[in-house]
Every structure is written in C-alpha cells, then in structure tokens.
Design a protein around this ligand. Structure first.
Ligand code: ATP
Ligand code: MG
Length: 369
C-alpha cells in the first residue's frame, strides 16, 4: 500500500507534507521522518521500507486536577505513572526491529538496548502490526537522565501499544496483559477510577510521587483513546533548574509554562502558609542556584554543556556519538572507561548561546533594558 493510503491522506495532501520529511539512513536502511508538528500528521512519523511508523501523539495537560479531570473525562480512567526519561517507539519493519526517538530518528543506542533487554522477536511474531511505546529511564541515559528510579543504568518501561500505521492504542487492560505475557516491564498502574474518584485520589498520588522526586501521572480512558497528564512540583522545579543552567538556550516559554504550573498547584493543593513558603523557597532555588553556578563556572574559564553518561558495548557507544555528530551536535568526551567489555563514557553536548552570552555579560557588555 502507498504511504498516503497508510496515512489515510489524499495523494495531494501527502505530497504537500513530503517536503517536511527529512531523509536519513541507519546501517544502510534509508528512511524519512517528520521532525516537527504538522496539522494532519504526528511529529515523529517515519516512512521506512514501505511501512509507516506513526508518531507518538502529544499528551494534553491539565493545570488543575479537579476540573481538569471532570471536564476531560466522562468514563472510568486508568491512572499510571508518568516517567521522566525519553520517549521511544519500538517497531518492526521489513523484519528489522528499530528503536525510534521522539522526532522519528532511529537511535543506534536505543535500538541496541531494546533489542537486548526485551523479548521483541516473540512479541512482534504475535503482534506484527503493533508498535511498543515506552520510556527509557535511569541515570546512564544519553537524553534525559533521572536518579529517582530503581534503575542502575538504563531500563525500558512500556506505557502504550499502538497500531504501527494508524497509531490507534490498545485498551489499557489489554496492553498491560500483553506486556505481562511477554515480560515487558511497564509503568505502574495506580488504579482505575471514576472521574470524581480520581479527583479525590490523584492529589495524594501526586504528593507521594513528589516526595520521591518522580515526575507525575498520565490518566486515560479505558480504551486508551484520550489521555491527560499532570506533573509534580519536583518535575516542574527540576525542569526549571535544568533550564536556568542554560538560561539563554532554553526558551522563555519553557520556563514560563513551568512557573505557571507551580502557581496553579499551589492554589489547588495548599492550605498552609508554611507549605507555600516552602514551595516558593524551592522554586527560587531551582532558578537561582543553577544560574549562578553556570555564571561562576564560565567566569572560571569553563564552557558548560549538557552532561550525560552512557554504558554499552564499544561499537554501540561509538555509533551513538556518531549519531549525535551527524545531527550537528558538538560532543566533548569527559571520561572514558572500559568495564567488563563495555565502554562507560561521560560526554557533554556543547551549548552555544548561554556560554557566549554569559561570557559577554561578564566582560561588561551593556544591555539596554
Ligand atoms: P512531547 O509531548 O512532544 O513528548 P513534552 O516534553 O511536552 O513533549 P512530556 O511533558 O514529557 O512531553 O509528556 C509526554 C511524554 O511523557 C510522552 O511523550 C512520553 O514519552 C512520556 N511518558 C512517560 N510516562 C508515560 C506514560 N505512563 N504514559 C504516556 N506517556 C508517558
Ligand atoms: Mg518527558
């Protein structure tokens, strides 16, 4: 079947979209991916070997749980943990299994990890038309590392199984059964609730996740058709701390949205002045500390960047670094060790603007504001 038929688009609509796809290849396999959002097609949609791998849809967010849940849902919802890592779709095309990152790139590191960690051959034999969607979490992570999970290096957690071509999800219960059957680790299910019950139950779930510094929840209808996310203060402040280490590279929208989330949560969750002051304190720290430290480090002559550590067999680490360089990223190796046949590398993704701007201001550049 033609790509436009698989995507349920007219030939003309598909042709108009075509120019937004980028050509790429992975170990000799040519493919095209859609790196940004388009009206008629999910970001991250991939065309490879005659098949479509649908992009993972954007999950809408509520700023308040009470009206957010009751306005959005009319039937029982599953509440699962939202994990803080990076999104991966695992799909089989032309008999090869690949791991795709959010924008639709085949990532050599992810592909290797999912192939070696999961029983994918038998999963895809049983469900050839499906793709497995999940989060890669843990400290040794080339995109988003988090220490709050019981993971030593990196691990996969499934949160969706979707039709690879249409993106239609399986029902939550069915998906959880299948993951269990194929021993695919999955995100935690906190419960299935009527919307009004969920309004009662979710604040406590969020408080507990927050105290473990975890990210939040994703709620969805039993058929998986409608999703909604909500995050903890720890996640909002963690993102702000990250953004303010690189204040001139992370957009103002990114930070503003997270500040607003804290305002709504404070209003919905908190009665006591003491608790609100504690949040204000945490919020201030997450803005000021990373920013002041960044300025000091640059003042001391360092160049700052996003640091990550990964562990894999040498050929996979090399392929990952090559993959980053192909995307135009400048990578500096900070530490490089061999451990039991694996390579453990700490590297920095260089960041330009923040370094340049801070340096200029430290040199006395004047701003007209
Ligand atoms: P995008 O929606 O484009 O991924 P974003 O930064 O807005 O970007 P997030 O706020 O992290 O995304 O929320 C959506 C993402 O959350 C999903 O893409 C997925 O990778 C991740 N996620 C983690 N846990 C779950 C879960 N249990 N169910 C669904 N998504 C989850
Ligand atoms: Mg995320």
């Amino acid at each position: 079947m033609d790509y436009h038929d698989q995507l349920e688009l007219s030939r003309q609509a598909f042709e108009e979209l075509s120019e937004h796809f980028q050509a790429n290849s992975y170990e000799g396999q040519a493919y095209r991916h859609l790196p940004g959002y388009r009206k008629s097609l999910e970001k991250g949609t991939v065309l490879v070997a005659g098949t479509v791998v649908r992009g993972f849809p954007k999950v809408p967010r509520c700023l308040v749980l009470d009206e957010g849940i009751t306005q959005h849902f009319e039937s029982p919802i599953a509440v699962e943990e939202k994990l803080n890592g990076y999104n991966v779709r695992v799909a089989r095309t032309d008999d090869e299994i690949f791991g795709f990152t959010r924008s639709g790139l085949i990532c050599p590191f992810t592909t290797h990890k999912v192939r070696s960690m999961l029983r994918l051959e038998s999963f895809f034999e049983a469900h050839p038309e499906m793709m497995l969607c999940g989060e890669m979490i843990g400290p040794e992570n080339p995109y988003t590392s988090a220490e709050c999970y019981d993971v030593d290096s990196i691990a996969f957690r499934a949160f969706d199984i979707r039709n690879q071509t249409s993106g239609e999800p399986l029902a939550v219960e069915k998906r959880r059964e299948i993951c269990e059957e194929w021993e695919i680790p999955q995100t935690e299910l906190f419960g299935i609730y009527e919307p009004t019950e969920a309004v009662e139950a979710t604040p406590q779930i969020i408080r507990e996740l927050d105290s473990d510094r975890r990210e939040g929840i994703v709620m969805q209808t039993a058929d998986g058709g409608q999703q909604l996310k909500y995050t903890t203060s720890a996640a909002n402040q963690g993102d702000l701390a990250f953004a303010f280490e690189f204040p001139f590279d992370y957009g103002r929208d990114f930070s503003f949205r997270r500040l607003i989330r804290e305002g709504f949560q404070s209003a919905e969750f908190e009665e006591s002045d003491a608790r609100r002051r504690e949040r204000a304190h945490g919020l201030g720290e997450s803005l000021l500390e990373p920013m002041a430290e960044a300025i000091e480090r640059i003042k001391a002559g360092e160049r700052i960047g996003e640091q990550h550590t990964v562990r894999a067999v040498p050929r996979v680490v090399e392929a990952l670094l090559e993959h980053f360089r192909d995307q135009g990223l400048c990578i500096d190796i900070e530490a490089d060790r061999r451990l039991e046949g694996e390579r453990l590398v700490t590297f920095t993704k260089q960041i330009q603007r923040t370094n340049d701007k801070i340096e200029a201001y430290l040199d006395g550049t004047i701003v007209k504001e």
